[in-house]
Design a protein around this ligand. Structure first.
Ligand code: SF4
Ligand code: SF4
Length: 399
């Protein structure tokens, strides 16, 4: 595709990147067939090819309207289109740049502004989120359905073994996971301890920055990324082997810190090193496959989060781990499609999100699983209220 970027962005790092991406797109439209919002809404501008065209217009200096913004807002950032694209168009990166420019020109108003500000304040702050969730659990009986579904029951954390091995990896606790499902990381620590790896936590590390990136708070995302680099660096210098992600939504962001902070001279080098050391839990466990098979005939439906399959391009690894542990995996129709969680999308775009959840659960439950497993706290907490069967992180089934 030919481009002629406007002066405000031409020659900048973001402009060069956007230009490179846009020029790769040949407008073939293969991506539209695998886009969940295009499938639901049937509008070219709610599919990747249309959104790419809208962003091209914006970057070429055409007027930006609320309509443009709403078509970009409706994108789940699932990146299913990237997996399908034969030309290697990095749609996710282009959207990050496009949304930033659009949000600078079309200020958020009314409830949209309030909702985004509240999410940016509450979600990344693990303590604040945990406190509000406690209050929410008390008030749950009188809440409207949309909020009720977001209030999960309190769960306990199991044993986290003392760090006793020479091999050490850090795990990101993140923002919402310690409150919603505190045993996920402890289960990872128990499993890795059993194969000779100690899992440790950098106390000052927190939200990966995804919330800001998805909610028009690019600066907030950079602050989170810098804080995490600072928090992990002493561990890196003392021989840490890897930084492990148990939520693929965080993993895809931390793996991108090198790019995110590339123009920050103080952080660029360390951020790149952190990105290079970042691994999804499945890639570590795959090197230490379970030797003891489970004795039950539990049928597991593994829902691969978009961030795992389209973002990190890791497909089939968790399935292999679960099979080697003795679980029977059920079939899921259209497993490449998003469940509608997509970070804070389920709160900001409840109708589309709700329809995608309904479709996903129907596809998952068709083959009668006993339990649903996934690899991202967002998908787990989104699917659980309506699943009718247990929903767990895959490491909890193993540990
Ligand atoms: S499949 Fe790739 S090249 Fe074709 S329209 Fe979509 S993004 Fe462009
Ligand atoms: S990221 Fe997902 S929702 Fe957005 S355009 Fe691509 S396929 Fe569609």
């Amino acid at each position: 595709m030919q481009t002629d970027l406007a002066d405000f962005i031409k020659g900048t790092a973001e402009g060069d990147k956007a230009d490179e991406i846009l020029r790769k797109c040949v407008h073939c439209g293969f991506c539209t067939a695998t886009c969940p919002t295009y499938q639901l809404l049937g509008d070219e501008l709610d599919g990747p090819r249309g959104r790419i065209y809208l962003m091209k217009q914006v970057l070429e200096g055409e007027a930006v309207t609320e309509r443009t913004q709403s078509h970009l807002d409706r994108c789940l950032t699932c990146r299913s289109c990237e997996t399908t694209c034969p030309s290697g168009v990095e749609y996710g990166k282009l959207l990050e740049i496009g949304r930033k420019v659009v949000d600078e020109r079309v200020p958020r108003k009314g409830m949209d502004k309030v909702a985004r500000a509240a999410l940016n304040r509450v979600v990344p702050d693990a303590r604040l989120f945990g406190g509000l969730m406690k209050v929410g659990r008390l008030a749950r009986p009188v809440m409207p359905r949309i909020l009720k579904d977001k209030i999960s029951p309190a769960r306990t954390r199991g044993v986290w073994p003392e760090a006793r091995h020479d091999r050490r990896m850090a795990v990101l606790e993140g923002c919402v996971q310690p409150t919603l499902s505190p045993d996920i990381n402890a289960a990872a620590a128990r499993y890795l301890d059993s194969v000779g790896i100690s899992l440790v936590v950098a106390p000052d590390a927190g939200c990966c920055g995804a919330v800001g990136l998805h909610n028009s708070d690019h600066e907030g995302a950079l602050v989170a990324a810098r804080r995490n680099v600072d928090a992990w660096w002493p561990l890196v210098e003392s021989g840490l082997e890897a930084i492990v992600m148990t939520a693929s939504g965080c993993g895809v962001v931390v793996a991108d810190y090198g790019d995110l902070l590339a123009s920050d001279p103080e952080y660029a080098e360390r951020a790149k090193r952190i990105s290079d050391m970042t691994r999804d839990l499945s890639s570590v466990v795959a090197e230490h496959l379970p030797t003891a098979h489970v004795s039950t005939h539990t049928r597991v439906a593994f829902h691969p989060p978009c961030t795992l399959q389209h973002g990190l391009k890791t497909k089939g690894v968790v399935e292999k781990i679960l099979r080697s542990a003795g679980f029977e995996l059920t079939n899921i129709r259209d497993s490449h499609l998003c469940c509608g969680s997509a970070g804070t999308y389920s709160l900001l775009q409840p109708e589309i999100s709700g329809q995608l959840k309904k479709r996903k659960l129907s596809a998952i439950l068709q083959d009668s699983p006993d339990v649903i497993a996934s690899a991202n706290i967002g998908c787990l907490s989104h699917l659980e209220p309506d699943a009718g069967i247990p929903v767990r992180h895959w490491i909890e089934l193993l540990a």
